[in-house]
Ligand binder design. Structure first.
Ligand SMILES: CSCC[C@H](NC=O)C(=O)N[C@@H](CO)C(=O)O
Length: 734
């Protein structure tokens, strides 16, 4: 085998180990990528009912779902694995896998019934080339029902997304609740309708066909507003109920026309349905990554059909979860508009007294206990302790993803909790996700938590990482929000000799109100294994550091965030170990905005840049993105749906944009754009591409058809990674 560091000696050679020269062989880099992309992520876990064996011991079955890139098939595969956990309801006696992995195909949604006796599956499959959706009921070892929802024509496609979608058993296990697109009347043209002679008669602009359905003529090309990035096929959701015994699907009609329902579940005693309703008037704004959309909790009574609002009508809510004693509902609430992700309140609605209390309030700044607030975008579907007294929330706490107080390093994500048996995914930048279980200790003894590992993960011995803290220099302090610190995660190859000077990749996250937590991250891990240092910066404005940090950024984008990143990089360079002549910057979306700002504002500092779907010009983006409010808020204005843009506002947006500095840019730029990006339309990247060309800056543009903002399809992600790493190697002359 040849040395991946491209020297002539036999591998592993001294050069590779001692000087940690960057691996430059594309084949070898691809090999590392392939290996590290094979570590799967945990996407879900369900705990079955407690079973008492004939020998008296108790056990629970745990079913887990994982996802993994399949580079050969060019798709993300989903598979499941079962485990058995023997316990005494307080501690685990014995545990282990109860079989091998099985790939899951065609399942849009699935849910076990509360007793664990049955399972419902929403399945999509192709029959004679046509996509059909089925709702299946499984009982023990057989499928007892398979309802062809497509043929039934009660509604359009079923919603399988995290925003609206659900598949929920009634407490009685007789009905199933789900969300689907509202049925659209098949529109006819005025000229190419079936045939005039077969149409019986015409009433105004409608045609009564077969005396039953109204077919609107001329509506064929009417625009349906959708819910934006990743939700482009979703416009008008409706709540649907299947009566299992009667094989009957009904669509709930009594929901106000001005709201779109989702995240539904059955009310206590199955008297009705509780759901989140998003207001969509005067028009829909994108929902993906946008927690700040006006929405409330509603209850629709199934006997009288009355629909009532249970929470404030001027807030944004999500993730309502009913307690095991069926008495209370907890949910997350935050402000409407403003930053897209914010610190949440954890609210609780008492079903019987109809009173709402705030369990955890917004945290402006961490107090002595260090708690920085709740930043989750979703609560685990099962998040209550068995006694309905405690709620478990996993959320960013600075750079850690933490479950309440149970961990300090790395990231812990609660997958589920059932009768106090918790299932978590646990990872860190040098260790892929492992699966652990443990019983929630009694209240007050949470520190005594002990975990059992069901699925071990291999620590990557070549990766070292640490969390760094920064205090901005006095001239960069924010006078309105003074004294805010921020952090970064630094990954570097292990066992580097003292003399070695590593190249450094700077990577600020997107959002900007998001965070990079210390979890397993594929690209940084591969960059590090290839021989780069990687600095992931959580500049002021990131979530997980208190609401004040978030609020410090709008109006200051392009300056405060840029300077925070630059200060972090300079501080790391001062520590030594990195080559200041070999610093490059990468980023996606707002991270791409920062990357392009950095090469414009520090033209001699960065030697190359790679940006995925970057925001380039706020003024030209506001008319085409699915979230125009983002452009106004980040540029420092309040958003109203009826605001008319003035030249002064557009000027301010332009002044805060990377395009403003394009004439200074020297670093060669690699752009990766998604053809179907609705969030940062590819015209943004194209605008930059043309400007760079005009100013003779080397630029290469990668265009990914059938990809949206995240460029996360397997071929786009893997091709993007290889192109980026080779672009950086080329322009650093490694
Ligand atoms: C109008 S696009 C604003 C940037 C975008 N924010 C929200 O969607 C962004 O930076 N997205 C991040 C994720 O938060 C990304 O990495 O795509």
């Amino acid at each position: 085998m040849f040395c991946p560091a491209n020297c002539v000696t036999e591998f592993p050679c001294e050069l590779y180990h001692v000087s940690h020269k960057v691996i430059t062989s594309p084949d070898y880099i691809a090999k590392i990528y392939r290996e590290q992309s094979q570590y799967p992520s945990l996407s879900r876990a369900d705990v079955g009912p407690v079973i008492t064996s004939q020998y008296g011991g108790s056990y629970s079955n745990i079913s887990t779902e994982w996802t993994q890139q399949d580079l050969e098939r060019n798709e993300i595969v989903k598979f499941c694995r079962q485990y058995i956990v023997f316990h005494d309801n307080k501690s685990i006696v014995y545990s282990g896998p109860s079989g091998n992995c099985t790939e899951i195909k065609g399942e849009l949604l699935s849910q076990d019934s509360p007793s664990g006796e049955m399972k419902a599956v929403m399945r999509e499959c192709s029959i004679k080339g046509e996509e059909k959706q089925f709702l299946e009921i499984w009982h023990r070892n057989r499928k007892i029902k398979s309802l062809n929802l497509t043929e039934l024509k009660k509604h359009g496609k079923v919603y399988e997304d995290d925003q609206f979608g659900c598949l929920v058993w009634s407490h009685s296990e007789t009905h199933l609740l789900y969300v689907a697109e509202k049925k659209r009347p098949k529109a006819e043209s005025y000229f190419q309708s079936g045939s005039e002679s077969t149409l019986p008669f015409q009433v105004h602009e409608y045609v009564i066909c077969k005396y039953v359905t109204l077919l609107p003529q001329g509506d064929q090309f009417v625009y349906y507003e959708d819910w934006g990035e990743t939700l482009v096929t979703k416009a008008t959701p409706v709540l649907c109920i299947l009566d299992i015994e009667g094989n009957n699907v009904s669509v709930l009609e009594s929901i106000p026309d001005s709201i779109s329902p989702g995240q539904a579940f059955w009310a206590p005693n199955d008297t009705g349905v509780v759901f989140v309703g998003w207001w969509h008037e005067p028009f829909r704004l994108g929902l993906k990554y946008c927690r700040n959309r006006r929405s409330s909790l509603f209850y629709v009574d199934l006997t009288g059909g009355k629909c009532e609002r249970l929470s404030s009508d001027s807030a944004a809510v999500c993730s309502p979860r009913l307690s095991p004693d069926l008495c209370r509902i907890v949910y997350l609430e935050c402000e409407v508009y403003g930053p897209h992700q914010q610190c949440n309140k954890l609210c609780m609605y008492d079903w019987y007294t109809k009173k709402t209390t705030v369990v955890v309030d917004v945290v402006k700044r961490a107090k002595e206990d260090g708690f920085t607030g709740i930043y989750s975008t979703v609560l685990s579907h099962q998040c209550w302790s068995a006694d309905s007294q405690r709620v478990l929330v996993s959320c960013a706490q600075k750079t850690s993803l933490t479950i309440v107080t149970f961990s300090n390093m790395g990231s812990w994500c609660l997958l589920t909790i059932h009768r106090d048996l918790m299932v978590v995914s646990c990872s860190s930048p040098n260790c892929p996700p492992s699966l652990r279980v443990g019983f929630l200790p009694v209240s007050g003894s949470e520190d005594e938590m002990s975990w059992v590992t069901l699925e071990e993960a291999q620590t990557q011995p070549e990766i070292d990482w640490q969390i760094l803290s920064f205090t901005p220099p006095p001239e960069e302090d924010n006078s309105q929000y003074p004294g805010l610190d921020y952090e970064a995660i630094l990954l570097k190859p292990k066992d580097v000799t003292e003399k070695t000077k590593l190249p450094l990749i700077v990577n600020p996250h997107g959002g900007p109100h998001s965070v990079i937590v210390a979890e397993w991250l594929l690209s940084p891990a591969v960059f590090c294994s290839v021989g780069f240092g990687v600095l992931l910066v959580n500049y002021r404005g990131s979530i997980g550091y208190g609401q004040d940090s978030i609020l410090s950024l709008p109006g200051n984008v392009g300056t405060q965030d840029v300077k925070d990143v630059q200060f972090a990089v300079e501080s790391v360079l001062k520590q030594g170990g990195f080559d200041r002549e070999k610093v490059v910057v990468t980023g996606g979306s707002h991270g791409g905005f920062l990357a392009c700002h950095l090469i414009g504002q520090y033209p001699d500092f960065y030697k190359a840049c790679a940006a995925r779907n970057p925001v380039i010009n706020l003024a030209s983006m506001i008319g085409s993105t699915d979230i125009p409010d983002w452009c106004m808020v980040e540029a420092g204005f309040d958003y109203k749906t009826n605001t008319l843009l003035s030249p002064a506002m557009l000027e301010q947006m332009l002044n805060k944009s990377p395009i403003k500095h394009v004439t200074q840019v020297k670093a060669p730029v690699l752009l990766a754009l998604g053809e179907d990006d609705r969030r940062v339309p590819n015209k943004q990247g194209l605008e930059y591409y043309k400007s760079l060309k005009a100013f003779n800056v080397p630029v290469r543009l990668l265009w990914y058809p059938d990809n949206n903002h995240s460029l996360s399809k397997v071929d786009a992600e893997s091709d993007g990674f290889m192109n980026i790493v080779l672009w950086l190697i080329q322009h650093l002359s490694l």
